[in-house]
Design a protein around this ligand. Structure first.
Ligand code: NAD
Length: 382
């Protein structure tokens, strides 16, 4: 059996699905590994390092796609590449089946099996495969570092002979995986941190990191969706959060906003008035930009300065930390692969809860009903 490691082609992507140091267990099972030349270069892994680890370098991308039985990726290969997948191949990665299903249509019609890392169920057994959490952790950290780099102030309180420098004030909106990491990072840099999340359960975690949790009375509306996620709120409930955010923004130097509701556009929580209330020089990082953004001024992927406030709307922060992001992702991928490769052989038990949850398509038809519906409605509206 051949496992193929591709060079990612999305603009700005620097991560790679498996690093040389990730190959040991897979090679020990007798699986051959072939790597597209320069696949790991941006993540610090040369072709020579892959060869040293026991992999070979493929003649070219088309040959590798035509021969590989297992194709772990970061993002879905483009439609032309999808037509080259070997019949029977298993493809695993961030395939975006819910937000960009048509970009996967070519692969879904092929006799292959597609697994999406976004759809891995968030159950205890699958925690080691939770690539969304791994990447959110990296993004939460990097968002704070990017903000600190732009802020014309210091983060920690400093007491010097020339006087005292007050600490930076950071406001984190959405205390999920990325938000909690942002809080921890800002605290380590010495900032005073406040945080808001619509899920009351997040309060304890926020306080345990040394930050203040800001509560909003939602008037009895439940904000808990399934699996620890937030539910989509009514406009009235969202407005209560928006008012709190506008009030808090006025005394903050940095806002890191991460609020998301799975499968929905990001909630618009930060009004123009909140940005206008921030002091000139302040920084806002909208980590929900890829889902449209939490701030009504956000232009995804674009940095703007509005009234002296810098608005960052990065679409792929993990790609700015390619070594550790690839390392964590590779471990998630390897743990997933352990479910489909047993003693060097491909064994697809689609009744397994994790595989069933993550499977997008198998042998030419969509398996996930949400993906099938989305494709159906895109055909009928075309
Ligand atoms: P996410 O990226 O979907 O959302 C980020 C945060 O935004 C969440 O905390 C959410 O409550 C918050 N949010 C949504 N709408 C909001 C609004 N209107 N106002 C303020 N905040 C809002 O979520 P995530 O970070 O991937 O995960 C959220 C939670 O899921 C975690 O904190 C955890 O409890 C749970 N989780 C469970 C597992 C597991 O394996 N069981 C793994 C990861 C996360």
């Amino acid at each position: 059996m051949l496992l193929g490691i591709l060079k990612e082609t999305a603009p700005g992507e620097t991560r790679v699905a498996l690093l040389p140091e990730s190959l040991k267990s897979i090679l020990a099972q007798g699986v051959e590994v072939s790597v597209e030349s320069n696949a790991g270069l941006a993540a610090g892994a040369s072709d020579a390092a892959y060869e040293q680890a026991g992999a070979s370098i493929a003649a070219d991308r088309a040959t590798l796609l035509a021969q590989a039985d297992l194709v772990p990726v970061v993002s879905a290969p483009n439609p032309a590449d999808q037509l080259r997948f070997k019949p029977g191949a298993v493809v695993i990665g961030f395939l975006r089946p819910l937000d960009a299903p048509t970009a996967l249509a070519a692969a879904m019609a092929r006799p292959v099996t597609l697994f999406s890392m976004e759809l891995v169920p968030r159950i205890s057994r699958a925690q080691s495969m939770d690539a969304l959490s791994s990447m959110a952790t990296v993004a939460g950290y990097k968002a704070v570092i990017s903000a600190a780099d732009r802020l014309p102030r210091l983060f920690p309180m400093l007491m010097t002979a020339a006087g005292t420098v007050p600490p930076a004030r950071v406001f984190v909106i959405g205390a999920g995986v990325a938000g909690l990491q942002a809080i921890a990072t800002a605290r380590r840099l010495g900032a005073v941190v406040e945080a808001y999340d619509v899920r009351a359960a997040a309060g304890e975690q926020v306080r345990s990191l040394g930050a203040k949790f800001l509560d909003v009375d939602l008037g009895g509306i439940s904000a808990e969706g399934g699996g620890g996620y937030a539910a989509e709120l009514t406009e009235e409930a969202l407005d209560r959060g928006r008012d709190l955010i506008t009030r808090t923004a006025a005394h903050c130097d940095v806002i890191i906003t991460t609020a998301q509701v799975p499968g929905r556009p990001a909630p618009r929580l930060i009004r123009r008035a909140a940005v206008e209330a921030m002091r000139p020089g302040s920084v806002l990082v909208d980590l929900a930009a890829a889902a449209g953004g939490n701030c009504e001024l956000t232009i995804p992927g674009t940095t703007q300065v509005v009234g002296g406030v810098t608005l960052l709307a990065p679409l792929n922060l993990p790609a700015e930390v390619p070594v550790d992001a690839s390392n964590l992702y590779a471990r998630n991928i390897l743990n997933f692969l352990a479910l489909v490769v047993k003693k060097g052989e491909l064994t697809l038990d689609l009744a397994d809860e994790v595989l069933a949850g993550a499977c997008v398509a198998h042998n030419g038809s969509p398996v996930n009903p949400r993906v099938a519906n989305l494709l159906q409605s895109s055909h009928s509206s075309a």
